[in-house]
Design a binder for this molecule. Structure first.
Ligand code: TLP
Length: 347
């Protein structure tokens, strides 16, 4: 990459191996189900997540929306964390395009909804009320430092879902970060959910794409929803080829990104004026804030960091930052960023 960019892992460029694979990918018309490279990627994704089938989609947002529209109908309701990506950052798609009402619940510092509150949020059968149909989960949990939530939480949600006939979907945009951080196969992280959508285009560095996985019947229905959303992509094997490299070569190395994030978080936590919740930094995302009385705002500091070091950083609010580590961030960039903060906050 041509610059040091901590704003997100979505900024990652494809690796040289990916570009090579893309150039030589075998292709066909995927809407006919005839693209061999897409078919290979979907089978690989299904196997890794322990589900029967997979569906290649254009983005994480499309994967989640396709799942929601497949699981739930107009007038249905989805229980969701109040800071979950599906609720906050997907342009209200579930309501705008699916007529599905979100029912947001608070989450703790690890991104978990309280199970009792989930249970009491399930609506009784009453013609005045929307029908509770779906629980939306996320792992790793982006808004809580990308915390990798252990599987037992999902086992608890599964019980509630079974009791009330609900579906359970996981936004696994960073599923493999969660799996690597927990030292578990991805299929253990997804064991309790009906469907999962994971991204190839974040820490795994593919240029485009996500895969939605679930039962064969679910994916059969999701394929029609994907078409209706304009997601039938024809010779998509060009893109899927990079996805296959992402899954075969880029998963284990996510541990390096996590180690860099921990190093960065520890360095930032030492700087007077900055606050980091070190306990929840277990994968590749760090949210950190300015303490009261800071002389500059977060956007002002991010500007100065860029001027001094060339590094791009997310200023999420007047007092909050986000830094995300990924394949294109080196150890030396961590030190440069820490030193940048030190010199600016020292005045
Ligand atoms: N997240 C982006 C922004 O939209 C905030 C980022 O920079 O982190 N689920 C989660 C948990 C995500 O973080 C994202 C992207 C998505 C879904 C959506 O993926 P895309 O961008 O492929 O639609």
């Amino acid at each position: 990459m041509d610059r040091v960019d901590f704003r997100s892992d979505t900024v990652t460029w494809p690796t040289p191996t990916m570009r090579e694979a893309m150039a030589h990918a075998r292709v066909g018309d995927d809407v006919y189900g005839e693209d061999p490279t897409v078919n290979e990627l979907e089978a690989m994704a299904a196997e890794m997540t322990g589900k029967e089938a997979g569906l290649f989609v254009a983005s994480g947002t499309m994967g989640n929306l396709t799942a929601i529209l497949t699981h739930a109908a107009r007038g249905d309701e989805a229980i969701v964390g109040e800071d979950a990506h599906t609720f906050c950052w997907e342009a209200g798609g579930m309501a705008a395009l699916g007529g599905v009402t979100p029912r947001p619940l608070p989450t703790d510092r690890f991104g978990r909804m309280d199970l009792d509150r989930v249970e009491t949020a399930v609506r009784p059968d009453n013609p005045h009320l929307p029908r509770t149909k779906l629980i939306l989960t996320e792992n790793s949990y982006g808004a809580k430092n990308g915390y990798p939530i252990p599987p037992d939480y999902f086992a608890g949600l599964r019980e509630i879902a079974n009791q009330h006939g609900l579906r359970l979907h996981m936004d696994g945009a960073r599923l493999f970060n969660a799996a690597v951080a927990r030292n578990l196969p991805a299929s253990e992280i997804t064991r309790h959910v009906d469907s999962v959508s994971f991204c190839l285009s974040k820490g795994l560095c593919a240029p485009v794409g996500s895969v939605l996985c679930g039962s064969a019947d679910f994916i059969h229905q999701a394929r029609r929803i994907r078409k209706s959303l304009g997601g039938g992509m024809r010779q998509a094997g060009i893109l899927a080829a990079a996805g296959i490299i992402a899954l075969t070569e880029m998963v284990e190395r996510l541990a390096d990104d996590h180690a860099l994030a921990r190093r960065l978080a520890a360095g930032l936590a030492q700087i007077p004026g900055l606050m980091v919740d070190l306990e929840t930094v277990k994968s590749n995302i760090i949210y950190f804030g300015l303490s009261d009385g800071a002389p500059l705002s977060a956007p002002q500091i991010a500007d100065q960091i860029q001027q001094k070091t060339g590094i791009l950083l997310g200023a999420e609010s007047e007092r909050g930052f986000r830094a995300v580590t990924h394949y294109w961030i080196k150890q030396s960039d961590i030190q440069t960023l820490i030193s940048g903060f030190q010199s600016i906050l020292a005045g």
